[in-house]
Every structure is written in structure tokens, then in C-alpha cells.
Design a protein around this ligand. Structure first.
Ligand code: HEM
Ligand code: HEM
Length: 222
């Protein structure tokens, strides 16, 4: 659809019920599938290893989809629409601290920074998990950045693994640290969602289900 046609469709929608479609169906399916896959990976870690690994790969697949959709997806799904520089993000946080941040129809700059943090940390969790699951995989990493290779200083020595291929050592520590970091980020993300929902009198979690948000008013950022 052309930009003009998209605008017309949005305006028509706004006129009929005061709401506009912001999150396309794939974003919503992506979001709630990601929550389910992450929760499953977390809950089955060291309990139900096959399920843990499948859930971890599901996370990786979802993140890969999101990267593509951030380039070719609908308007508010695109990285170019919501990723902002540090100056705008800090200004937004400053305004939020003073209780006078503007309402964004798509992701606000702080939420956008959090999305990047979530996607990067999830990728790291899946990558370290994949490396850990088979000792041979670590050996395939000659070109890995120094930070990763030094964390794997023991070179995937098979003594690092138990009989079932259970990992120990630095790689497992990195995997565990990333998983714990994810828990912290998810909590901050949820806190941000709740805070923004109160501040702008709008249930954002519900909007991630229905796809619709209140039409932009004066001063809102469309
Ligand atoms: C029940 C808990 C959660 C709720 C209610 C929730 C709610 C939301 C909402 C409302 C948004 C849109 C924010 C906005 O309006 O700008 C969002 C975005 C997002 N959330 Fe969550 N979230 C939850 C848990 C999680 C978890 C655990 C993860 C990561 C595993 C996650 C990852 C994301 C990502 C990546 C986005 C960006 C969506 C996109 O544009 O692709 N969320 N979440
Ligand atoms: C992306 C989401 C993932 C999360 C949040 C996650 C989280 C965790 C956590 C919390 C642990 C326990 C660490 C500890 O306390 O020692 C763990 C262990 C482990 N994970 Fe993951 N993981 C993910 C993906 C994966 C993937 C994709 C694989 C492999 C295909 C994997 C393989 C493993 C292995 C082998 C262990 C060690 C189990 C053991 O030694 O008993 N993980 N993971």
C-alpha cells in the first residue's frame, strides 16, 4: 500500500471508532509467542533439557523474524520508525522523570532502546545455548570476537562437558548471566509498560492484543 493509501485507511479507521491500528497481526503473534517461548526456556532450564533447547531455538527464530520485519514490516513495526538516537532517548527519559513526556503512538524512545536490549540479550542467550549444547560447536568459532573466545578460554575441551553433554565452565556462566539479565530486562520492560499505561490512560498490554490504540491527540507523536 502506498503511504497516502495507508494514511487514508488510518483516517477512515480513526473516524469510525477513535482508534487506530498500530500493531499488525504478525507483531502481536511475535510478541506473545516470544513471551511464551522465553518463559518455557526459563522454566525448563536444567529440568527438561530437550524442551529447553526447542524453546530456545523458538526464541532465536522469533528474533530472526523480528529483525526482518523491522525492515519490511508495517509502519510501526519498522526500526526506522521507532529507533532514536541517545540524545532523543535521554531527553525523553528526562521528560518522563519530570512527568511531562509526550505520548508516542508507536514505541517511545525508551521502549525502543529496551527492545534493542531484549533482542540482543535473547540472541546472546540462544547463541551461547546452542554453542554449549555440543562441544564441537565451540571449535567452529575461530573468527569469534575476542570477548567470546576468551570467555571460552578452555576451547570447548570435552572435559568441560558431562556425559549428556551438560555444559560447565565459562560458557555456561555466560549463558546463565544472560538469562538472569533477561529476567531483569523483562521486569524493567513490564514496569515501563505499566508506567506508560498509567501515564497516558491507556492499557498498552491490551493494545498488544487488539493492535489498536487511541488516535493521536494534540502534542502526541504519531
Ligand atoms: C506479561 C508480560 C509482558 C507484557 C504485558 C508485555 C507488553 C508489551 C507491550 C505493551 C509492548 C508494546 C510497548 C509499547 O507500547 O511501546 C511490548 C513490546 C515488546 N515486548 Fe513485551 N510484554 C511482556 C513481556 C515481554 C517479555 C518477557 C519479552 C521478552 C522475552 C518481551 C519482549 C517485547 C518486545 C521484543 C517488544 C517489542 C515489540 C515489537 O515491536 O516487536 N515482552 N510488550
Ligand atoms: C534463548 C533463551 C534461553 C534462555 C533464557 C536460557 C536459559 C537457561 C538457564 C537459566 C539455564 C540454567 C543455567 C544455570 O543455572 O546453570 C540454562 C542452561 C542450559 N541451556 Fe539454556 N537458555 C536459552 C536457550 C538455550 C538454547 C537455544 C540451548 C541449546 C540449544 C540451551 C542449552 C542449555 C544448556 C545445555 C544448559 C545447561 C544445562 C545443564 O548443564 O544441565 N539454552 N539455560
Amino acid at each position: 500500500m502506498t503511504d497516502a493509501a495507508t494514511r487514508d485507511a488510518l483516517e477512515m479507521n480513526t473516524r469510525t471508532n477513535g482508534k487506530v491500528r498500530v500493531w499488525d497481526p504478525l507483531i502481536r503473534i511475535f510478541h506473545w509467542s516470544l513471551v511464551a517461548a522465553f518463559a518455557t526456556a526459563w522454566l525448563t532450564a536444567e529440568e527438561l533439557q530437550p524442551v529447553h533447547e526447542i524453546a530456545g531455538y523458538a526464541v532465536a527464530g522469533l528474533v530472526a523474524f523480528r529483525l526482518v520485519w523491522g525492515l519490511v514490516g508495517s509502519r510501526y513495526a519498522r526500526f526506522g520508525q521507532f529507533l532514536k538516537g541517545s540524545r532523543e532517548t535521554l531527553a525523553y527519559l528526562g521528560d518522563a522523570g519530570r512527568g511531562r513526556e509526550r505520548r508516542y503512538l508507536g514505541h517511545n524512545p525508551a521502549g525502543a532502546a529496551m527492545i534493542v536490549a531484549l533482542l540482543v540479550t535473547l540472541s546472546g542467550s540462544a547463541l551461547t545455548g546452542w554453542l554449549m549444547a555440543e562441544p564441537d560447536r565451540v571449535a567452529m568459532l575461530p573468527a569469534a570476537p575476542v570477548i567470546v573466545t576468551s570467555a571460552l578460554a578452555d576451547d570447548g575441551d570435552s572435559s568441560e562437558y558431562g556425559e549428556r553433554g551438560e555444559a560447565a565452565g565459562p560458557l555456561k556462566e555466560v549463558h546463565e548471566t544472560l538469562a538472569n539479565l533477561m529476567l531483569l530486562l523483562a521486569a524493567l520492560h513490564l514496569g515501563g509498560v505499566v508506567l506508560a499505561s498509567f501515564r497516558h490512560h491507556e492499557n498498552l498490554a491490551r493494545a498488544m492484543v487488539t493492535g489498536d490504540k487511541r488516535a493521536p491527540g494534540p502534542g502526541d507523536v504519531d
